[in-house]
Design a protein around this ligand. Structure first.
Ligand code: TYD
Ligand code: MG
Length: 450
């Protein structure tokens, strides 16, 4: 007879405690314990078990060097983020807000996969998935849909089906029978993820897990889940806006610098090959308050437009409002402008907008932010052939930024005529087909003629 007991599990590291404590004994974090009612039976013998003894220790010099073979995937953006295809036996966790397009992304990939795919959904019925698949396009793979949440049933289907790729939508719906807490609880997520990781490693089948995120923005469940899997991807963007970014937070088989950029269309997600082309409207000539910044997303340089609006404050406290940019950073830049350049922005409302719905925290945007505010304040437009890339410090100095050559090349490629950067970079200006202006202080930007 199973016995109910209450355990307290740390949401950070997964350590179990028999009574509530303020501090986790495992990772020493505070206030991370939550209570879960559990019935522990014996582990289910039908669940996937890790008791095969095919392993043996090998000396490092006897380990055969092998380049990782990967299953190719058609989606260029996805493939690049993974480091070039899916590694056999790898477990990937894809997190993101509800409605951002996680199911669409993975279904789309599954439809084009060359091999047998098992798409297991605890959230949608096969007919719902079919409906979605019809919007996306024809299936080129052997795609099997399964609506199931019990891991033992899933494993018995997988043993018969022997797919080349397994997709689970989502890890929070899975239910391991021998742990008697509700699906989505820490213990359930840890157990079910653990059994799929063992399955992936023993059969060499890659597994993709979809994970919901909580309101803090991290993947719901124990933090340890992110340590257990090989790759953690985050799919982000504003559901109301056009762009979606796929980012790797952890990748055991590749770099975490690459990003994938998509737009959500009627027929699913479309990869964006040349982001700058889409992000620049190129129609703002003659209007003040616009500036183009060269930013780096991962290792990809791209240009995007900023719009600032300064107007006289009607109420006592002036408003500061931003879209896609940190408001505190804007306040800091305004304070620097006020102190170093004597602009009386304290009596002005300042609005800042990054077009395209991207959220950016590359400090290289600072110079373009200042330029757009100056332009709006003086009502003098900046030529649409000019762009900016530089960080601004508290004393008003323009500081150097990373990978500046790459950014200059991107601006040059897109036909810009002039780029403003920090004067502290050692750049051979004759190597480029674009005028390079080095600024040491923001005061120089004030006197520059746009
Ligand atoms: P979905 O993949 O279900 O998001 P998630 O699994 O992350 O919760 O889809 C998100 C939204 O995308 C959905 O609200 C409708 C929209 N959508 C399109 O605009 N075009 C399409 O072809 C599809 C399939 C979805
Ligand atoms: Mg979904």
């Amino acid at each position: 007879m199973a016995k109910n007991k209450s355990v307290f599990i740390c949401t950070n590291c997964g350590t179990e405690h028999s009574k509530w404590m303020g501090q986790c004994q495992g990772c020493k974090e505070w206030n991370t314990l939550i209570e879960e009612i559990q019935t522990k039976n014996k582990p289910d013998p039908r669940a996937w078990s890790g008791d095969s003894i095919s392993s043996k220790p090998t000396k490092i010099d006897q380990v055969k060097h092998s380049t990782i073979e990967r299953f190719p995937i058609q989606d260029i953006e996805f493939s690049r983020v993974l480091g070039g295809g899916i590694v056999p036996g790898s477990v990937t966790l894809v997190g993101g807000e509800p409605g951002i397009g996680k199911s669409t992304l993975l279904l789309q990939m599954a439809l084009k996969f060359s091999g047998t795919v098992a798409y297991i959904s605890g959230e949608e019925s096969p007919s719902q998935i079919k409906l979605r698949a019809e919007r996306i396009g024809a299936a080129e793979s052997e795609l099997f849909l399964l609506s199931e949440t019990k891991t033992e049933a899933i494993f018995s289907h997988l043993k018969k089906l022997r797919p080349h790729l397994v997709i689970i939508d989502s890890i929070q719906t899975l239910h391991v029978p021998h742990v008697d807490s509700t699906p989505g609880s820490i213990a359930q997520i840890r157990e079910s993820a653990g059994s799929f990781i063992r399955y992936a490693k023993e059969t060499g089948t890659p597994v993709l897990l979809i994970g919901h995120i909580n309101k803090e923005g991290s993947i719901a469940g124990p933090k340890i889940l992110e340590h257990m899997v090989d790759i953690v991807l985050q799919f982000e963007g504003d559901p109301n806006l056009l762009y979606r970014i796929l980012r790797a937070h952890k990748n055991r088989f590749g770099s975490t610098d690459e990003i994938g950029l998509y737009t959500m269309e009627q027929s699913g997600l479309l990869g964006v090959a040349n982001p700058s082309d889409l992000l620049l409207t190129k129609q703002h000539d003659g209007l003040s308050g616009n500036a183009v910044a060269v930013l780096l997303e991962g290792i990809r340089p791209m240009l995007l437009e900023l719009q600032a609006l300064c107007s006289t404050a009607v109420y006592g406290t002036p408003q500061r409002s931003t879209t896609g940019f940190d408001t505190r950073r804007l306040n800091m830049l305004l304070a620097v402008l006020e102190k170093r350049c004597g602009f009386r922005l304290g009596q002005k409302d300042v609005f800042l907008n990054i077009t395209g719905g991207l959220r950016v925290d590359d400090p290289a945007l600072d110079l373009a932010v200042i330029a757009s505010i100056l332009s709006s304040n003086t009502d003098k437009p900046i030529s649409q052939k000019f762009c900016f890339a530089g960080e601004v410090g508290l004393t008003g100095e323009v500081r150097p930024i990373s990978k500046v050559e790459q950014r200059i090349r991107e601006a040059e490629k897109l036909g810009f005529e002039k780029i403003y950067i920090s004067g502290h970079h050692q750049i051979e200006k004759s190597h480029y087909n674009i005028a390079i202006v080095g600024l040491k202080r923001i005061e120089e930007l004030v006197s520059a003629q746009f």
